[in-house]
Design a protein around this ligand. Structure first.
Ligand code: FES
Length: 102
């Protein structure tokens, strides 16, 4: 086993869990597209070395999804849509400085 420091200042966990067709889940409500849109914005802003967007399993709030958890801010966005991506990025990346090579 090895241990290393996490290089990211922010980590966004986007639930992409898929449940039975008759059960509510984040993946039924565009969460994969939301994760990809968040990643694309982080990259476009040159913040890939500072902000990680990770797909996650169920966050146990399926009815409120799609859900995005943000650490170390302890923020939890619910009912996220593609239209919310820019606002989340603006709130989460406030104050972060882009890298020269990102
Ligand atoms: S399926 Fe996303 S919180 Fe459960």
């Amino acid at each position: 086993m090895e241990q290393a420091r996490v290089p990211y200042q922010k980590i966004l966990f986007v639930c992409i869990n898929r449940r039975q067709p008759q059960e509510l889940c984040c993946s039924q409500r565009e969460s994969e597209s939301i994760a990809e849109a968040l990643k694309a914005r982080v990259k476009a802003l040159g913040l890939s070395r500072h902000v990680r967007v990770s797909k996650s399993g169920c966050q146990d709030l399926c009815a409120k999804g799609p859900n995005v958890m943000v650490f170390p801010d302890y923020l939890w966005y619910h009912a996220v849509s593609l239209e919310d991506v820019e606002r989340i990025i603006q709130e989460v990346t406030q104050g972060l400085v882009p890298s020269a090579t990102s």
